[in-house]
Each structure stands twice: as structure tokens, then as C-alpha cells.
Design a protein around this ligand. Structure first.
Ligand code: HAM
Length: 408
């Protein structure tokens, strides 16, 4: 609803402008995809695939899901449209609804919206630095403060296997402290998922585990070091969280999350990371890639009362109030002229009396009213009333656009 939708529009425009500055181009993928796409990319054992997808069979017997996220769809489109054959780095951004069938609560909806970027075609740690910086710039653009950026590295595929083994062994020592879901996760050989569990008991076990970053190979350690150096170079504050894993399987090396204290249990306003194997796993060539997505609803929650300020209407809003049909027709022509000159203006469509028109203008927040009555018609003028001071002046009709444009 307005004004919330207007605040969203401001955020989306700011994101579009910013992303374009960084060389990203917009992509719009379908909201539905074949279910197998998400199973292959997000991962069979993840909560998203296990519990959260809206999946159905279409009339042709195909299994279809509403997209729970967009990275998989972007990579599918990238391959389908042979962007990998163009060579070089492809930078794409998207804005749109995602669907996860979770129990709704504050900060968690079944249809929510993400603004995200994907940069495909480079394994450079400097690119991870740029991507994280871009996310921060978006926050700055809308005046968000008080967030914290957590970064980690999950290593390459070999490291992930090793870390998974180490985690599994350590977790088995604390089996009795884990929740039923996590016991099940361990059984299904998905120890990374335990690190993502929000339950208190499981969180205390996680803190006893060996840090993920201790098990990285030298190449991945070097990569992570460079990501951190890039953030320092670009002045982005971060903390290393060696237990940060993500609820999606495709991540390799860099993983990051942004949390905000205004959010409560669902505290991530955005997250992302590198996914160097996804393009290859989906049938393309080996291609480094990285990206992020922020949740629009959560971003607005984090902004709190400041979100309202994003919904700004033009400073000067003009209501044209008239008396009699001839004046009304003049008024209609005038509002059209004002609008084509880029001035917000409106007129009555409910046959209101002058008094009622003035009241409506004030109620709708117009700060100036142009009055046209018999006297004005006769003298080819209009009366301009400043609604905040009540001061009125007479302006020649053909000078009114200039006069309104000169108002501060
Ligand atoms: P994700 O962490 O699953 O990552 O989602 C990103 C953000 O979407 C979250 O941090 C949160 O703000 C928002 N979000 C997720 N689920 C909900 C929900 N049910 N209700 C409201 N907001 C929600 C991804 O989706 C990855 N595709 C990000 C990425 C892009 N990684 C690389 N490129």
C-alpha cells in the first residue's frame, strides 16, 4: 500500500542507479522454474528444498516450483542464452518476488522480495570485495545504519568435504545437545546445516566446534585473505565469523551475511557469497561467480521509522480549485500544462464547493492551491495561495508555470 510501496519504489530506483554505475545490467527471470533446477543448485538437503518450496505439478505432469531465490535462475538463463560464450565477466542484477513456504513471522514472509546481483566469470577475490562493497553502498544510499557484515570462507569443494567430515565427527560428540532436526541433518550427512540452526542448544554446540577457517587449503586461505584486504582497502567494516555457513549448498570460498539488531530472530537483511562450481555443475564451463541478495521487507524493517522518509512525494504539490464550469475547464487545461511541465498537480472530480475543494487540498497535503473564479477569468489571472501561511497573490495565467517553478 502507499506510502510503503512508494518507499519500495525509491529503494528500487536507488538500487538500479547504483548497480548500473558498477556495470550491472538488469535481468528478469520467470517466477516459476522446473523444480529440478533448485534441487540441483540450492541442494537436496537444504531447508529450502526440503521444506520451503512451493512445488506443484502442471498440466503436462512437469514438476514446477515458485522460485525460492534467483541465483539458480540467473545461472540457468546465463547458460541458456550462451552468455558464457561471450567471454569476460557478466554482471547482472534483479529485483523481484521470491517464495518460500515458511511459517510467517516478523521478517519472514512466504512471498518476499529480493534485490540482488550476480557477477559470473571471475574467481577474483577483489570481485568479492566489490560485491560486498556494492551491498554496503546500497545501504548507505537509503540511510541504513547499525548493520554488521559477517564474512567467512567455506573453501573449495575439497575443503568443504574435509570441513564436512571434521564437523560431522565433532558434532557426533555432542549428539545429545542437538535438536531433532539437526540430528536428522547429521544423519543425512549435512553437518553444515547444523551450523545454520537457530535453536539455542545447537548454537551452543556450534561454538565448541573447530572454526571452519582452520581447515582451509593454502589457496583458499590466500583467497580469503585478499577478500578481507579488499574490504579494508575500500573502507568496509566487517567481522570474521568462522561458523557462518549459508542455507544453500552452492557456496564455495567466500560467504557473507549482513545482520541488523532491529530484526530479532530473522536478523539477516542480506547475504551472499561465491559459487565457483554452480555454472559447471549446471552443465556449463568452470566459471567463478559471486553475488548477493538483500531482502526488501527486512531492509525496510531495519530502517524502522526512517523507511517512511523514502516515500517522499514532490515537495510542491498544487491543487487547482475552481468555481463554475468555465473556470473548471480552464483549470483542467492548467493542470495538464503543469503536469507536462513536471509539476505535481490535481483538480477536483467530485463537484465539490470551493470550500470543500480547499479542505480536500489541505487534507491531501497540497502546499499550494491555485484558485480560478469569475474575477480571475475576467482578468486572465489566477490566485495562488500558500497553504502553510495562508498568503495569497495574483499571478498572470501565462506566468504561473514560471512562478511555480521558482518556488523553493
Ligand atoms: P538467502 O540468504 O537465502 O540467499 O536470502 C537472502 C535474503 O533474502 C536474506 O538475507 C533475507 O533478507 C531475505 N529472505 C530470505 N527468506 C526470506 C523470507 N522468508 N522472508 C523475508 N525475507 C527473506 C539467497 O537467496 C541467495 N540467492 C543470495 C545470493 C545471491 N548468493 C549469491 N548470489
Amino acid at each position: 500500500m502507499p506510502p510503503e510501496a512508494e518507499a519500495w519504489e525509491t529503494l528500487e530506483s536507488a538500487a538500479r542507479m547504483l548497480f548500473k554505475l558498477y556495470g550491472y545490467r538488469e535481468i528478469r527471470t520467470p517466477v516459476m522454474e522446473e523444480t529440478s533446477l533448485f534441487i540441483r543448485s540450492v541442494g537436496e538437503t537444504t531447508d529450502i528444498v526440503q521444506k520451503q518450496m512451493f512445488t506443484f505439478e502442471d498440466r503436462g505432469g512437469r514438476k514446477i516450483s515458485l522460485r525460492p531465490e534467483a541465483t539458480a535462475s540467473v545461472v540457468r538463463s546465463y547458460l541458456e542464452h550462451n552468455l558464457h560464450k561471450k567471454g569476460g565477466l557478466i554482471k547482472l542484477f534483479y529485483i523481484g518476488p521470491m517464495f518460500r513456504s515458511e511459517r510467517p513471522q516478523a521478517g519472514r514472509s512466504r512471498q518476499f522480495h529480493q534485490i540482488g546481483v550476480e557477477a559470473i566469470g571471475s574467481d577474483s577475490p577483489y570481485l568479492d570485495g566489490e560485491v560486498i562493497t556494492l551491498m554496503v553502498k546500497l545501504f548507505e544510499e537509503i540511510g541504513l545504519k547499525g548493520y554488521q557484515i559477517k564474512v567467512n570462507s567455506l573453501g573449495c569443494e575439497a575443503d568443504k568435504k574435509k570441513i564436512s567430515r571434521i564437523l560431522k565427527e565433532s558434532l557426533e560428540d555432542h549428539l545429545n545437545l542437538l535438536c531433532a532436526d539437526c540430528k536428522d541433518r547429521l544423519q543425512r550427512n549435512a553437518p553444515f546445516r547444523v551450523l545454520d540452526c537457530k535453536k539455542q542448544g545447537c548454537r551452543s554446540v556450534v561454538r565448541m566446534l573447530p572454526p571452519v577457517t582452520d581447515s582451509l587449503c593454502p589457496i583458499c586461505q590466500g583467497h580469503f585473505q585478499k577478500v578481507k584486504e579488499t574490504l579494508e582497502l575500500l573502507g568496509v567494516a566487517y567481522v570474521v565469523d568462522p561458523y557462518l555457513v549459508r542455507g544453500l549448498d552452492y557456496y564455495t570460498k567466500t560467504a557473507f551475511e549482513v545482520v541488523h539488531p532491529n530484526l530479532g530472530a530473522q536478523d539477516a537483511i542480506g547475504a551472499g557469497g561465491r559459487y565457483d562450481n554452480l555454472v559447471g555443475d549446471m552443465g556449463g564451463p568452470d566459471m567463478g561467480a559471486t553475488g548477493f541478495a538483500v531482502g526488501v521487507e527486512r531492509l525496510m524493517m531495519a530502517l524502522g521509522p526512517k523507511a517512511k522518509d523514502l516515500a517522499s512525494l514532490p515537495k510542491n504539490r498544487i491543487f487547482v480549485a475552481t468555481v463554475g464550469e468555465i473556470a473548471y475547464k480552464k483549470g483542467m487545461k492548467l493542470v495538464e500544462l503543469l503536469r507536462s511541465s513536471g509539476i505535481w498537480s490535481d483538480i477536483d472530480y467530485q463537484k465539490k464547493s470551493l470550500k470543500a475543494q480547499m479542505r480536500a487540498a489541505s487534507k491531501s497535503g497540497c502546499n499550494y492551491v491555485i484558485i480560478i473564479g469569475d474575477e480571475e477569468l475576467k482578468r486572465h489571472i489566477v490566485t495562488l495561495r500558500d497553504m502553510s501561511t495562508g498568503k495569497q497573490s495574483q499571478v498572470e495565467t501565462n506566468k504561473i508555470v514560471k512562478e511555480l517553478k521558482s518556488l523553493s
